[in-house]
Design a protein around this ligand. Structure first.
Ligand code: BGP
Length: 464
């Protein structure tokens, strides 16, 4: 078969993503305890091999060398987050000077190496003292978060290229209030809806503060969009998929990009007495302060079918009252993470943004493949991760198609640069372009890292 060259636009943001909790380590900057530090202390057994958030690639001390590695493979941009509990150990009030110096120096180092800093303010971690006051469920969270965001804008705005208020805001809602995979391990839909609403409000208020500063940089939000496919075109299946999409995608993408919640979602929650408390003034803030740029994390699709059994009314209200999850026979599957691999999903979600979300400027903020026991694939000291190269190419072909069809997608960041700690999964699955030896802290480039370097150098790649 003849090879095609997949050409990407000039100034495409070829990059990689990470987050503070997953890479920095606790360090000695006087960081306060976060919700993750607390949960690990309390229930270490909830973490793979009982490895907690203190055991990382220690980016806090290795960042200069790691940025050299980024430069070595030619990254144009890098996204990480600021640790709120490092910057403001008590959640509100005094700012840690050591933390300020670290983040200033990190940003300077990226800029000096021609790597655009993308900074996210919230990647699942908050100071534990804010969590104790009710966390996402409380209005105190909203005010404390907005104060923290303002501190960050004032301190770092001259150095940051793109800002993001939250990473995957639905995940702490699902994990913490519905499905028991994040602290505080509550199962209660109305509380989940409240947490989601407060997150959206906090995001909009931070955007409002940002706009007052008239900066050159832009601000947005990063959402994990999971294109939702019905098992079949049977109207029951189609309706099930529509409802799943309302819960898991439109609940955040609509207010973030359009400034309004879908009426169907409001009606459904109202009918089941699950709406959070809200007021017109807050809804107006959400309406007026939408994202200027959207980051999209894409890992897997969602497939659903209509429910086969009646709902047990004496069980907690759940999105699954309206659909069953569906495993498509023959699906491509990553058994280590338990996620379907469906490359076309990246194209479908981007076309949806083009057609239904005014073709907002966006970029792929995360995409990647976690694999267990990668040491199996080491040859002459290097992980030969051909599976990751295939995964990457398969997604980039569809990304390229979306670009050719006019989607405003500005970049692609792979998760992640150096193998890092995963929330709960710790080091079970490895994702990086560089392998981390946890004991020696040594980093070694994988074959995929070298392949990504070639892509960046050529601003595209040859393939079938
Ligand atoms: C996303 C998160 C990342 C990262 C990634 C991989 O949801 O934004 O923080 O962890 O998923 O998932 P995991 O680490 O759970 O395998």
């Amino acid at each position: 078969m003849e090879n095609n060259f997949y050409q990407f636009p000039d100034d495409f943001w070829w990059g990689s993503a990470s987050s503070a909790v997953q890479s920095e380590g606790f360090g000695d900057t006087g960081k306060g305890k976060s919700n993750w530090d607390y949960w690990y202390e309390k229930e270490p057994n909830r973490f793979f091999n009982e490895v907690g958030p203190q055991k990382t690639c220690d980016f806090l001390t290795n960042y200069k060398e790691d940025i050299k590695r980024m430069k070595q493979i030619g990254l144009k941009s890098f996204r990480t987050s600021i640790s709120w509990s490092r910057l403001i150990p008590d959640g509100v009030g005094a700012v840690s000077q050591q933390a300020v110096e670290f983040y200033q120096s990190l940003l300077d180092e990226l800029i000096a190496n021609d790597i655009k800093p993308f900074i996210c303010l919230f990647h699942f971690d908050m100071p534990f003292c804010i969590q104790e006051k009710g966390g996402l469920e409380s209005k105190e969270f909203v005010e404390a978060y907005v104060n923290y965001a303002k501190v960050c804008f004032n301190l770092f705005s001259d150095k940051v290229y793109n800002w993001f208020t939250f990473n995957e805001p639905i995940v702490p809602v699902e994990g913490g209030y519905l499905y028991d995979f994040h602290y505080p391990n509550v199962v209660d839909f109305k509380r989940a809806a409240t947490a989601a609403y407060h997150t959206q409000l906090a995001s909009a208020k931070a955007i409002s503060e940002f706009k007052k500063l008239n900066l050159k940089s832009r601000i947005g939000i990063i959402l994990n969009l999971t294109p939702t496919y019905p098992r079949s075109q049977n109207p029951y299946d189609v309706e099930a998929a529509k409802i799943a999409d309302l819960f898991f995608n439109r609940s955040f993408v609509d207010p973030s990009v359009k400034g309004t919640y879908p009426k169907e979602l409001i009606d459904l929650l109202k009918a089941h007495h699950q709406l959070p408390l809200y007021n017109e003034e807050e809804l107006n803030i959400i309406k007026e302060n939408t994202a200027q740029i959207l980051g999209v994390n894409y890992y897997m699709p969602r497939r659903v079918k209509s429910r086969i059994n009646a709902v047990n009314e004496n069980s907690p209200f759940m999105p699954e009252w309206f659909f069953d999850n569906y495993e498509m026979p023959g699906r491509k599957f990553n058994p280590y993470r338990g996620w379907e691999i469906y490359e076309k999903g990246i194209y479908d979600l981007l076309i949806n943004l083009k057609e239904n979300y005014h073709n907002i400027d966006c970029y792929i903020a995360e995409n990647g493949m976690g694999v267990e026991n990668e040491e199996r694939f080491i040859q002459d000291g290097k992980v030969i991760d051909d599976y990751r190269i295939t995964f990457l190419k398969d997604h980039l072909r569809y990304l390229n198609k979306a670009i050719c069809e006019g989607v405003n997608v500005r970049g692609y960041h792979m998760w992640t640069f150096i193998d890092n700690w995963s929330f709960c999964n710790a080091y079970k699955n490895r994702y990086g372009f560089f392998r981390l030896d946890l004991e020696t802290q040594q980093r070694t480039i994988k074959k995929s890292g070298e392949f990504f370097k070639d892509i960046i150098e050529n601003n595209g790649f040859y393939d079938k």
